[in-house]
Ligand binder design. Structure first.
Ligand code: C2O
Ligand code: CU
Length: 475
């Protein structure tokens, strides 16, 4: 037989229970609110990764001064006028914008002119390890360029490969609606292939396109021609790419040549969101067909016909032959964790199921801190229920292992790494590019929902603020 609780006591208990729930919720809500403007480098939870302390000095090296050596006359000079028309963002009147082409050693100058993009715009050089002040992140490496304004980017093309540019202001909207284009940096010597083709993949709403065109597009090529197709995934999700009609090699991944790539027969290669693969093949008599997830294709010298997505996939962990890394990741100066999860909570006061990094929602995600010259190992782990294409600005990372299995193929250098849920990757890089760098998911709505962390260097001082009068909104 239970004792009856007097009504007044019951009411008091109910009130206490409600308060016990509401007060912490209210505190959580309030602590999630972002200030009107903030210094990105002063946010986040500082993570030294077991290394020497660092300072975010007020008298340190300002981000704005990290411009590299770009004296002299530019070898490549472009003017990119960005505009918004009929719900799309254009570069020089088209989307995708023009392909920016340079050769190794060239000094590249691009003047960004904002015609009428009301939120402002920037140009980020995805995969190109430019000096920090040229990285194009609104609120971190520059202020957004407002309508009527312009800004000059200058950097030296150092590494040959396939890259792309896109706005990093309100990027989850501006990139999706077209403010992007490819960048091709060719070796200083003449190319080895007869046909060098760029294939920019992008979905405008539900319309899937290659270089802005729906369906299958034919590229002039003849039987016997050696062809390189530079496939750029500018979308938010990964997709398989394969070839029918002949075998192919994965010649490069994210702008880095694969060492001794072997012929692939029938299998597909997964192209990460934000990532690039360069495929090479020799056109057979009946022609070859490069398939992009079965949604669009490039035809070379004929059409061998549509094929279904192969079940087998090239595993970059074992593809190609080992080669020197140029550094030793065995005894790193710092070890970081980038553990991705998801939980109920508040993000800037909005309730929802938000992404977490190491258990925290943005802006309490890590501020990884390094000193120039450090060898850094990062364990990326995803238990969030969805895939995340992880992108660190300003550096290339090399994959050491996946789910504890060591990499045995060509060094797998990447800037856009698809981390499926349940998977973990160990990657390494050399901290050789001082600045404040984003390290985020390239499914851009995920980044806008807080899947963003940063890497900062000792002694580097912010020059810009997120939010505020400049209206900087990088994600
Ligand atoms: Cu493709 Cu943070 O960018
Ligand atoms: Cu993501």
């Amino acid at each position: 037989m239970g004792r009856t609780v007097p009504p007044r006591l019951r009411l008091l208990l109910a009130c206490l229970a409600t308060a016990a729930l509401v007060v912490p919720l209210g505190l959580m809500w309030r602590s999630s609110l972002l200030p009107d403007s903030y210094d990105m480098a002063a946010m986040g939870s500082l993570d030294l990764g077991g290394g020497e302390p660092v300072t975010h000095a007020h008298h340190g090296t300002a981000v704005a001064s990290l411009v590299g050596d770009t004296s002299g006359e530019p070898d490549v000079r472009e003017r990119y006028v960005v505009s918004k028309r009929d719900g799309r963002f254009l570069v020089n009147g088209s989307t995708p914008g023009p392909v920016l082409r340079a050769r190794v050693g060239d000094l590249v100058e691009v003047v960004l002119v904002n015609e009428n993009v009301a939120d402002g715009a920037t140009l980020h050089w995805h995969g190109i390890d430019v000096p920090n002040a040229m990285d194009g992140v609104a609120g971190v490496t520059q202020d957004a360029v407002m309508p009527g304004q312009s800004l000059t980017y200058r950097w030296v093309a150092e590494d040959p490969g396939t890259y792309w540019y896109h706005s990093h202001q309100v990027s989850h909207e501006q990139v999706r609606k077209g403010l992007l284009g490819a960048v091709v940096i060719t070796p200083a010597t003449a190319p080895r292939v007869a046909v060098d083709e760029v294939a920019v993949l992008h979905a405008y709403g539900t319309t899937f396109t290659v270089n802005g065109t729906e369906g299958a597009s034919a590229v002039p090529a003849r039987a016997g021609d050696r062809v390189r197709v530079r496939v750029v995934n500018t979308d938010n999700t990964a997709l398989p790419v394969w070839v029918s009609g002949t075998s192919y090699t994965v010649a490069a991944v994210d702008g880095h040549d694969v060492h001794r790539p072997t012929p692939v027969e029938g299998d597909s290669v997964l192209l990460t969101a934000g990532g690039r693969v360069d495929l090479e093949l020799t056109v057979p008599a009946g022609g070859a067909r490069v398939e992009y997830g079965g949604k669009a294709a490039t035809l070379l010298g004929g059409d061998p016909g549509k094929t279904r997505a192969p079940r087998e996939r090239v595993d970059l962990l074992t593809y190609g032959a080992p080669a020197r890394l140029g550094f030793d990741p065995e005894e790193p100066d710092r070890r970081f964790e980038y553990r991705i999860g998801r939980r109920l909570g508040f993000l800037d006061g909005k309730p929802g199921r938000w992404w977490t990094v190491n258990g925290h929602t943005f802006p309490d995600t890590p501020m990884y801190a390094v000193r120039e010259g450090d060898v850094v190992v990062v364990d990326i782990e995803n238990n969030s229920g969805e895939s995340h294409p992880m992108h660190l600005h300003g550096h290339h990372v090399v994959v050491l292992s996946r789910n504890g299995v060591e990499a045995t193929g060509s060094p797998w250098w990447t800037d856009s790494l698809d981390v499926a849920t349940g998977d973990s990757y160990r990657v390494a890089f050399v901290a050789d590019n001082p600045g404040i760098w984003m390290d985020h998911c390239h499914n851009l709505p995920h980044a806008a929902d807080g899947l963003t962390a940063h890497l900062m260097y000792d002694g580097v001082q912010s020059s810009y603020r997120v939010g505020g009068k400049a209206g900087n909104e990088p994600e």
